[in-house]
Design a protein around this ligand. Sequence first.
Ligand code: H2U
Ligand code: ZN
Length: 384
Amino acid sequence: MIWSAPAERSDDGAFDRHEPTKHDQENCAVIQSGVTLRLPPHSKMDLNTHPHRRYNPLTREWVLVSPQRTERPWQGQIEAAPMQRLPEYDPNCYLCPGNERSGGARNPAYTHTFVFDNDFAALQSETPAEKYADGLLIAEGEPGICRVVCFSPRHDLTISAMKPADLRRVIDVWVEQFQALGELPTINSVQIFENRGAMMGASNPHPHCQIWAEQSLPNETLKEVNSQHDYRARHDSCLLCDYVATELLKEERMVCQNEDFVAMVPFWAVWPFETLVIGRRHTTGMDQLGESERDALAQLLKQLTSGYDKLFDTAFPYTMGFHQRPTDGQDHLEYHLHAHFYPPLLRSATVRKFMVGYEMLAMPQRDITPEQAAARLREVSDKL
Ligand code: H2U
Ligand code: ZN
């Protein structure tokens, strides 16, 4: 027997909200009013208490959810609480204006954003795109370009602390970079991402992101292109447009929203407080966003990241990144612009989720349900 994607259900997402029962409360201490889900009455399964798998239609992979496990005692690793206060300027920072970088180049005295080619780039534009094949030993040269974008001259100004107008400048730079890199004949994928915090491997606290642009579609991008393509071919509709519509009706996984963008903990979230940011309008990339949509994106990113910071009263670490259409010259009408936030924290500023053991050998697993995570994020993000 082959196990694969579930057969499409006409009653997809037909879960109702209900008040937690005593049984719920006994089995799941973090359950909060109005955030539980249930299947139709004939179902014996309760997604609030029973271990179950959830399907991610974007990657076509599963995640194991174990809501009964949220009170598991923790005697494992405690991460050091990240430093909260940073200076506006750090003379030893490689990214601050006027400073020398570790590669020897000197940063200009920039006043807004600053983009430069990564001094230690993982991809190089001159790499020959030749193939190597020797039976099972297969390789390909991968030409590409890596850049770094400093969000502002301020060493301490994270996305959550930036003024929306300054954040808007960052979005404009993302659009410019997506267009300029995407136009190059050897570049078919432009991945913009931010590693925030030492816990996520950021090498420097100065707020910045990276751009890796390359010839091939990386694994995650390829999965999402294929799934959205197949969904459109089958339904004559967009997977993420349909998903946003579903979540707007359900509400229990919504975190915050404005006139153009929504942020939610997806039904299939892997990381405890993972979120998905999606444009309400169907656009295949940031270059198709209008002026007001770019402003709305800035507002939403600020609201979402401020909520994250409040959740555990810390500079909330995460990896975030935008998924946009491949820049191979095709329209890619199946593709819907979105951003993923993958934060590692689980219980506090010092206790993180580890993707080890079962996750490395079998599949991702989570305890706190996406509905519980969304309720907690909603609480802090509403109070802005
Ligand atoms: P991360 O913090 O996400 O690692 O990104 C910082 C990038 O900045 C990293 O890829 C580059 C590193 O190679 N960098 C430079 O290009 N020059 C420097 O002087 C310091 C860091
Ligand atoms: Zn700095």
